[in-house]
Write a protein that binds this ligand. Structure first.
Ligand code: NAD
Ligand code: UFG
Length: 337
């Protein structure tokens, strides 16, 4: 059995990916400092899969602890989710973001390198495309990013590329996620951020159950059919399966550096998302139209062709299913984990 080290394994995308890795027969070692998650999500992963997952409370900047873990387990590859991810907060606390996301990446890479693992899947983001025309394709220029969080993703991609060109024995896949929403069909794991959510879906579901008074839609004067922003929402379970496909790719090839979009290739507006959520779940989402949020772009969606062709992966769940699964998690876990 091949062992995969998953950083940020207790987080939203990490926990769903742990489920799919365990289901696919991998051994999983999760490390997380629980800054934006809870150890309970790991217990839920065990419950869903009926399989064991080894987990450590460990910060990726703690090289001593990382070395202990690498010495103890025969780790074959690393999926690196651990990062801070709130765009607004990154503008207020850029140094925390550079410290966590960039120093964290370097710390992890130094240890991986020392132990000769050289296989890494990195969580990047559609944000690296900046203001390119849609659909975003992997061959477009990146780096025209408008906030510190996005720049940590762009710089991380550059660091990983430099590493690859210094030693082509590395196998590195940069996965650029679009907008993950939804939850595992069991209703046991989902998006449970610490504090007030920043992303739209946890706000919608918390408003629908009455935990938040209303959703503020950030602007309805964009150049889009209904005036609200358009995003490529992708079910987190589809995204998680994309990582299993990515692992298969780095297991079967040697010396690759490639980036892939993980998106559906389809855009939906904020109002479409709210309406679909209400209709699918027979509930009400109280909202108001507010000002535009600084840094938002009008339209963002993927070209999903490269992943389909070279990872043999495509998203299969539609927006209704994303809304249903989010609702189930919210109703089953009104106070989070
Ligand atoms: P998340 O916050 O739920 O998960 C990240 C996990 O990493 C959390 O459990 C957190 O406690 C942990 N962590 C953070 N810093 C750490 C550190 N220094 N050491 C150890 N653990 C640490 O976020 P997510 O939505 O699951 O995102 C996972 C990755 O995907 C992140 O790298 C994020 O930037 C990227 N991403 C997310 C989205 C999105 O919309 N959710 C979109 C594009 C990219
Ligand atoms: N939105 C609202 N009200 C809210 C929250 C969001 O109207 O309370 C709107 C935003 O203006 C945007 C859309 O909902 O139009 C989606 O916003 P999110 O904050 O959920 O997501 P973003 O598109 O801003 O960014 C997300 C991740 C980034 C990632 C990007 C990739 O947060 O990490 O997707 O597309 F880079």
């Amino acid at each position: 059995m091949k062992n995969v080290l998953v950083t940020g394994g207790a987080g939203y995308i990490g926990s769903h990916t742990c489920v799919e890795l365990l289901n696919a027969g991998y051994g999983v070692i999760s490390i997380d400092n629980y800054s934006n998650s809870a150890p309970e999500s790991i217990n839920k992963v065990k419950k869903i899969t009926g399989k064991n997952i080894i987990s450590f409370n460990c910060d990726i900047r703690d090289q001593n602890k990382l070395c202990e873990i690498f010495s103890k387990y025969n780790i074959d590859s690393v999926i690196h989710f651990a990062a801070l991810k709130a765009v607004g907060e990154s503008c207020r606390k850029p140094l925390s973001y550079y410290n966590n996301n960039i120093l964290g990446l370097i710390s992890l890479l130094e240890v991986i390198n020392k132990f000769g693992v050289k296989k890494m899947i990195f969580s990047s983001s559609a944000t690296v495309y900046g203001n390119n025309p849609v659909p975003y394709s992997e061959d477009m220029n990146t780096g025209n990013v408008t906030n510190p969080y996005g720049r940590t993703k762009y710089f991380s991609e550059q660091i990983l590329s430099d590493l690859y060109f210094s030693d082509k024995k590395w196998n590195i896949l940069l996965l650029r996620y679009f907008n993950p929403i939804g939850a595992h069909e069991s209703g046991l794991i989902g998006e449970d951020p610490n504090g007030i959510p920043n992303n739209i879906m946890p706000v919608i579901s918390k408003v629908a159950v009455g935990l938040l008074p209303k959703l503020t839609i950030f602007g309805n004067d964009y150049d889009t059919p209904d005036g609200t922003c358009i995003r490529d929402y992708i079910h987190v379970a589809d995204l998680a399966l994309g990582h299993v496909k990515a692992l298969e790719k780095i297991d079967s090839e040697c010396g690759i550096l490639e980036c892939f979009n993980l998106g559906t290739g389809k855009g939906n507006s904020v109002l479409e998302l709210v309406n679909t959520f209400e209709k699918t779940n027979n509930c009400r989402v109280n909202y108001e139209i507010g000002d535009r949020r600084s840094g938002d772009i009008a339209v963002c969606y993927a070209s999903a062709e490269k992943a389909k062709k070279h990872l043999n992966w495509e998203a299969k769940y539609d927006l209704e299913r994303m809304c249903q699964d989010t609702w189930r998690f919210q109703v089953n876990n009104p106070n989070g984990y």
